[in-house]
Design a protein around this ligand. Structure first.
Ligand SMILES: Nc1ncnc2c1ncn2[C@@H]1O[C@H](COP(=O)(O)OP(=O)(O)OP(=O)(O)O)[C@@H](O)[C@H]1O
Length: 299
């Protein structure tokens, strides 16, 4: 089938200048003889118009030139639409693209898109919110919130906010409800991961796969704050298994397990982020995996 690409450019994502990337994309796509359109994304995150366009004009590929927040909004809007997605990662974190092995350099990411080999990627719901990468409750959500209020984006601003919040961080109380049992945890944050990382290669869930039908849950339990960075480092390298969860409780600072669904009771109303974007929190989160939600071009 003849390919037709729609490029969606987020003008505010990350810190990279978009004009040069747009020119590169136009030049290279024309050289490939592929028909394409290019348009900016919008702040509302509504892409219903695109759904209709894909069907009416037989668009084969939607390529997102942006970060995880944009990937979230676009893929959410195009559920069950017969189209494959590409990413040219120019966001601040680019967690999903990096987890999928998509190159960071626009020219290489574009070459991958032209090769056009797509594979399914899971997503998940946190109550009624759709997430495709990594969501979290607690410390990292507070960082996401403050990051969203800053005029400059990018890794530097993100790191600056993380460090500032680290010194202010306090644990929250949660009840975790799994199929067969439940337990209480006092934790700085809980990450629910489809991708293996927060972005920028900062791995949090080393075993996470984008299409294994499982969510990786990481609980950074209350501990002496001086130990927290070391505990996270161990987590990055570690190989904890689900069956070890019960053994680990009470012994380990970081709990790590995999499950397709769980409920988290948020007893102290810790803040929530969805794919790095702050969202309204709730007293209870029902979290469930959506298997093979969209097709992503990847190596
Ligand atoms: N035209 C636009 N004007 C203003 N905001 C926009 C526009 N298009 C998209 N947005 C918003 O930009 C936000 C950030 O987008 P994106 O996730 O791509 O970048 P990022 O946050 O810098 O990267 P990452 O999520 O990888 O850390 C999203 O919340 C999205 O709603």
């Amino acid at each position: 089938m003849e390919r037709k690409i729609v490029y969606l450019v987020n003008p505010i994502s990350g810190t990279a200048k978009k004009e040069g990337i747009k020119k590169l994309v136009e030049r290279e796509t024309s050289a490939q003889g592929i028909s394409y359109e290019m348009t900016d994304t919008n702040a509302t995150g509504n892409y219903d118009w695109l759904r209709d366009k894909v069907l009416a004009e037989k668009i084969t590929d939607i390529v997102i030139i942006g970060g995880d927040g944009t990937v979230n909004q676009v893929t959410r809007s195009l559920r069950n639409v017969p189209v494959q997605f590409g990413i040219i990662p120019v966001g601040s974190g680019n967690g999903l693209a990096l987890a999928a092995g998509i190159p960071s350099k626009p020219q290489q990411a574009l070459a991958l898109i032209f090769a056009g080999k797509a594979a399914p990627v899971d997503a998940f719901m946190v109550n009624n919110e759709y997430s495709c990468m990594l969501s979290g409750i607690g410390f990292d959500a507070q960082v996401a919130y403050d990051f969203s209020t800053k005029a400059t984006r990018g890794l530097f601003t993100y790191a600056q906010q993380s460090i500032l919040h680290y010194f202010k961080a306090h644990p929250y109380q949660f009840e975790i409800v799994l199929d067969n049992f439940s337990f209480f945890a006092e934790a700085f944050f809980i990450s629910i991961a489809n991708s293996n990382q927060f972005g920028n290669h900062f791995t949090i869930a080393p075993q996470a796969s984008l299409h294994d039908g499982l969510l990786d849950i990481v609980i950074a339990q209350k501990m002496n704050k001086a130990k927290l960075p070391f505990a996270i480092l161990r987590q990055i390298r570690g190989n904890n298994k689900l069956q070890q969860l019960v053994d680990d409780m009470g012994k380990k600072n970081i709990l790590y397990f995999q499950t397709p669904a769980l409920t988290i009771r948020n007893l102290k109303l810790a803040p929530l982020h969805i794919d790095g974007e702050p969202r309204e929190t709730a007293e209870e989160f029902n979290i469930r995996l959506l298997k093979d939600y969209f097709q992503l071009i990847q190596p």
